[in-house]
Design a protein around this ligand. Structure first.
Ligand code: AMP
Length: 397
């Protein structure tokens, strides 16, 4: 038995979960938030019970020390010393082309993660900070990096290149990297197992619809195309991010309408997507408004689902015959109406939804297609933390 702590460090937060391996049992999960913002908070959930406290958390070092102290609280029976944590699996957003796989962290790996700051300026610096701090607080644990981009490193050149001047790739690394790789990898494997197919033989389209959203074309278990690109801005319509848009819009706004590049950047990242279309980035609110026959919300949902549908068509063309399409993450797992609208009039592609099965709510993997649908339609709950723990465990074993 081995205890593995998974941490996902953001600029002002640390999400954490402690797993017992190899059985993958989650012992506890929690969150440290508002780090460096005056009064912060730590909360955790254990056996369905929630505990939290508000206190000053000036920096990540204090935040992670606090996680250690809470895990050692005798009333939780988790660990009695930081040394009982065998390994820490760190979520690292950008691995560039340097990391195709989960990697044990050493000084060279840290240097490389640092070199990638420019490609993920919002994410890699706090991820790096999380590693530095964990090395001090859990000094005996093996530190492991699990990259969000790694699963998509199997993209062939024809899929990962942009049609830009060649030197931009050669000199600056401008190319498609893709994100949400840990989630796509996890749901692809679990879905293949559910279907009774060897994971390395599965042909799937995985559709991760959360606050951010992306799709992956998975052929023989490997990602061969994906909708997010060099940055998490392309592809599907997201909560606040634009997804695919003609880059000419940016020049029009700058040259003809006097927008600064900063303003356009903020707009494409934070004021577009569902928020831009209908004023709400939460799909639950949009769905309620659709039920109340609000046209603006209906159009936004139409655009959201139509984009997914187009990508399904594109990915079937890229993969060839597929075993299943897989819905996952907050929206994919919970929104029956999104799944229904995406799968409408797809019978000619072998995709046929069962309306009744689609509306049944369950927390586990399930099939929502009619019995004779050539392509299965799965709802597969994602679990990025468990996948990070699995990857970390496999590496140590
Ligand atoms: P995630 O990033 O995977 O945590 O997903 C967050 C998103 O899931 C939010 O935009 C929520 O609106 C969405 N979500 C959660 N439950 C539902 C639901 N029942 N219907 C529609 N969207 C949902």
């Amino acid at each position: 038995m081995m205890k593995i702590l998974v941490i996902n460090t953001g600029s002002s937060s640390i999400k954490f979960a402690l797993f017992q391996m190899p059985n993958g049992h989650e012992l506890v999960s929690g969150l440290v938030e508002q780090i460096g913002e005056g009064i912060g908070a730590i909360s955790l959930e254990i056996n369905g019970e929630k505990h939290s406290e508000k206190l000053e958390i000036p920096n990540h070092q204090r935040g992670l020390t606090l996680v250690g102290t809470w895990l050692m609280n005798p009333k939780y029976h988790l660990i009695s010393s930081p040394d009982e944590v065998h390994a820490i699996g760190h979520r690292v957003v950008h691995g560039g082309e340097s990391f195709q796989e989960t990697t044990v962290i050493n000084s060279e790996v840290k240097e490389k993660i640092k070199e990638l700051f420019g490609l993920a300026p919002l994410h890699n610096p706090p991820n790096y900070e999380g590693i530095e701090v964990a090395e001090k607080v859990f000094a005996k644990a093996t530190q492991v990096a699990v990259f969000d981009t790694a699963f998509h490193q199997s993209l062939p050149p024809k899929a990962f290149h942009y049609a830009l001047p060649k030197y931009l790739y050669a000199d600056y690394g401008v190319r498609v990297y893709g994100f949400h790789g840990t989630s796509h990898r996890y749901v692809a494997r679990v879905s293949a197992q559910y279907l009774g197919i060897e994971p390395q033989k599965a042909n799937l389209i995985t559709i991760h619809l959360g606050n951010g959203a992306s799709m992956a074309a998975v052929k023989n278990g490997k990602s061969i195309d994906t909708s997010l690109g060099m940055t998490p801005l392309s592809g599907l319509v997201m909560g606040t991010r634009v997804g695919d848009v003609d880059p000419g819009v940016i020049f029009y706004l700058e040259e003809e309408r006097g927008y600064s590049i900063q303003k356009v950047k903020n707009m494409l990242n934070r004021e577009s997507g569902m928020k831009g279309l209908a004023g709400d980035n939460d799909l639950r609110a949009i769905t309620e408004r659709v039920a109340n026959k609000e046209e603006e919300a209906q159009l936004a949902l139409d655009i959201y689902c139509y984009r997914i549908k187009k990508y399904i068509g594109a990915y079937i063309a890229a993969i060839g015959p597929i075993h299943a399409i897989v819905f996952t993450a907050g929206v994919g797992e919970n929104s029956a109406i999104v799944r229904q609208m995406v799968c409408e009039e797809m019978t000619h592609l072998g995709i046929e939804l069962d309306q009744t099965k689609n509306t049944i709510r369950l927390d586990e993997i399930r099939e929502v297609n009619v019995a004779d649908s050539r392509v299965k339609i799965l709802v597969t709950p994602t679990n990025e933390e468990l996948e990070i723990a699995n990857q970390t465990y496999q590496l140590l074993k």
